[in-house]
Ligand binder design. Structure first.
Ligand SMILES: Nc1nc2c(ncn2[C@@H]2O[C@H](COP(=O)(O)OP(=O)(O)OP(=O)(O)O)[C@@H](O)[C@H]2O)c(=O)[nH]1
Ligand SMILES: [Mg+2]
Length: 187
């Protein structure tokens, strides 16, 4: 944590299980195909990567969690860096917690959400890989997700389904995050 750059820019962080599509969402949002390194191999992003968007906003790609046999241990190891980051950054405007639409909320996601609730770090849940579901299944997942989110006091009351592949939901997510950047510059 001590070695991380300290900038005055508002920051948006992307967290979630390994392979959920964090790096791909960053590429889709910025309209770049290979800004953030993506991979079929879970655990590709192992450090915290900062992407400075024209000196206006910083996108932060966090390492994923949940890629191991012992989910509890992994969430614990992840907490040390990513969770400390989410709790400790003064300029963090929004944490996006990405959930793979094919898998839905897994035990490790719920554990992270609980940890963020306790730490009072507000987070926006974003479903990824929505292109993998047929419309009725996606509608069902959105409905179920509302119920899952309800007890989580730090979950922001908005749920977006996105696809980095088709671009679905990306303009909506970009608009939401862009509004945070302009709100920051009007401070
Ligand atoms: N079908 C589909 N595949 C996607 C989408 N987004 C990402 N993927 C694929 O999912 C895999 C993982 O994507 P990444 O963006 O590298 O995932 P990550 O969350 O950054 O993974 P780690 O850095 O390992 O934690 C890649 O093979 C991507 O091509 C999507 O919207 N639709
Ligand atoms: Mg990544």
């Amino acid at each position: 944590m001590a070695g991380l750059p300290d900038t005055a820019l508002p920051e948006i962080a992307f967290a979630g299980r390994s392979n959920v599509g964090k790096s791909s969402v960053i590429n889709a949002l910025t309209g770049q195909s290979a800004l953030a390194r993506t991979s079929n191999t879970p655990g590709r992003t192992q450090q915290i990567n900062f992407f400075d968007l024209g000196g206006q906003l910083m996108l932060v790609d966090l390492p994923g969690y949940g890629f191991a046999k012992a989910p509890k241990g992994v969430v614990k190891a992840w907490s040390n860096l990513a969770e400390e980051f989410l709790k400790g950054r003064a300029n963090l405007r929004r944490a996006c917690l990405l959930i793979d639409a094919r898998r839905g909320f897994m035990a490790s996601d719920i554990a992270v959400m609980k940890a963020l609730d306790v730490a009072a770090v507000s987070y926006l849940v974003v479903l990824t890989k929505a292109d993998k579901l047929k419309p009725p299944a996606l509608a069902r997942l959105l409905k179920e997700s509302e119920a899952v989110l309800k007890p989580h006091i730090a979950a922001y009351p908005l749920l977006l389904a996105t696809s980095a592949r088709t671009g679905a939901g990306i303009p909506e997510l970009r608009a939401h995050l862009g509004a945070l950047a302009s709100a920051a510059s009007n401070d």
